[in-house]
Design a protein around this ligand. Structure first.
Ligand code: AMP
Ligand code: MG
Length: 412
């Protein structure tokens, strides 16, 4: 065990260096949403899989209508009707056309589509019998309104590589390519331990000196919000034996990481510190941040361990800054920087020189984002976070922030 004063950036770098990407599992397509691919995806089909029409209209030979105008329309014989989902079993020859719907395959012989609006067919009518002939009022270039086979994706091409994060648009392409199951990085299982003799559970009535265990729920929710799996380990009393028992339950459950709150500071009953000092390869850091400061980090029985401070705001902000990127890395993500904006500060306030995370309301005003502090910024004031949708970062070394300054804010 050692005690060090670290900047947020140094602490984060050390946290990230300690965790590594978890193994993979096979999931069904929709369950892959928000996950990171552990395999590459090669297209087994081209997309589109066949030449098809991008408009409702008539498939024809472009040379036939090269000089068609509203005053000099060209009349073509209609030899077929192609609905989406049907394969045309006829050819279009010179002087002929086939009615075609958006997405329907182009019949052999045709080299362009004229949209229905460029013809005499009344497209406002609902049920339209197939006309015997069609007048065309405009020309169309060869290939016009045809989406060629493979325009988007060629069969055999590598479409997604391992490490790619699955968003709704990736779900779309995977569905198009007929991929019902895929291999993704598995979800991290995170043991959540609250510690403190003062804690009672959410169902319990308060008695003198007690408070409800909010951190256990807060960190479980933060873990769940990342798509990871919280494994609640309950509340440990302020005894080394109880902390050890609860951590053992986490080891038995095979958690990938421990997150605890409280007991890592310099109080007389900070037993988490004592347990980790013996049983773990854990460092105690004073991170130069506010809220926050005490943070334990390392491994307990080989499992990464993040010991958050106890105050509710500190625990949540420290989670956001350190545990969240670590969990995201474990789940295969590579861009671990939080989503940020530059914001114009709306009030003036003092800072104590530590990197500070001010809870703010971010509002869009034209092209600018305004940041207004949410009042009392005490690390016990959870409503400062409830009102907030951002964390304004006051850099290290800054003593005062003036209204109108621009600073970076993390989006919550
Ligand atoms: P400690 O680090 O144990 O000194 O705790 C710091 C502060 O956080 C104290 O006011 C504790 O009562 C409070 N605290 C610790 N754990 C929790 C928890 N699970 N839920 C809410 N508050 C907590
Ligand atoms: Mg305590």
């Amino acid at each position: 065990m050692n005690n060090q004063d670290l900047s947020v950036a140094e602490a984060l770098e050390r946290v990230l260096a300690t965790v590594s990407v978890l193994g993979s599992e096979t999931v069904s397509l929709l369950d892959a949403l928000g996950r990171v691919l552990a395999q590459e995806v090669v297209a087994r089909d081209s997309l589109p899989p066949f030449d098809n029409s991008s408009m409702d209209g008539f498939a024809l030979i472009s040379a036939d209508i090269a000089h068609a105008t509203p005053n000099a329309p060209v009349t073509l014989k209609v030899v077929g009707d192609v609905a989406a989902g049907k394969w045309p079993d006829f050819r279009v020859a010179r002087g002929q056309a086939a009615r075609i719907m958006t997405g329907a395959p182009i019949p052999a012989g045709a080299d362009a589509v004229v949209p229905v609006e460029g013809t005499d067919e009344n497209w406002r009518e609902e049920a339209r019998p197939l006309p015997k002939a069609v007048q065309v009022f405009r020309s169309v270039d060869e290939g016009g309104y045809i989406r060629p086979k493979g325009d988007d994706i060629q069969a055999g091409a590598t479409i997604l590589r391992a490490g790619h994060c699955i968003r709704p648009q990736e779900i779309s392409v995977l569905a198009s390519l007929g991929v019902p199951k895929l291999s993704v990085v598995r979800r991290a299982r995170i043991g959540i331990l609250a510690t403190g003799d003062e804690l009672v559970s959410v169902e319990d009535a308060l008695s003198p000196g007690k408070i409800r265990n909010s951190n256990g729920y807060a960190q479980s929710a933060q873990v769940a919000a990342l798509g990871a799996i919280p494994v609640p380990l309950g509340v440990a009393r302020d005894t080394e034996a109880d902390v050890r028992t609860k951590l053992q339950a986490g080891l038995d459950a095979g958690v990938d990481m421990f997150i605890s709150s409280a007991g890592v500071s310099v109080g007389a009953y900070d037993v988490v510190k004592a347990v980790l000092s013996e049983g773990g390869d854990v460092n105690f850091w004073r991170v130069r941040m506010r809220p926050g400061k005490p943070l334990a980090f390392g491994k307990y029985a080989g499992v990464p361990y993040v010991g958050l401070p106890g105050n509710p705001v500190s625990s949540m902000v420290s989670f956001e800054r350190f545990a969240k990127p670590a969990i995201r890395k474990m789940m295969g993500e590579t861009d671990l920087t939080p989503r940020r904006v530059r914001a114009v500060v709306q009030d003036s306030f003092k800072s104590d020189g530590r990197e500070s995370y001010i809870r703010v309301i971010l509002e869009q005003h034209g092209d600018e984002t305004h940041a207004t502090t949410t009042g009392n910024q005490g690390s016990h004031v959870i409503t400062s976070l409830v009102k907030a949708n951002g964390l304004l970062i006051v850099p290290e070394g800054v003593g005062e922030v003036q209204r109108g300054e621009r600073l970076t804010a993390i989006l919550l």
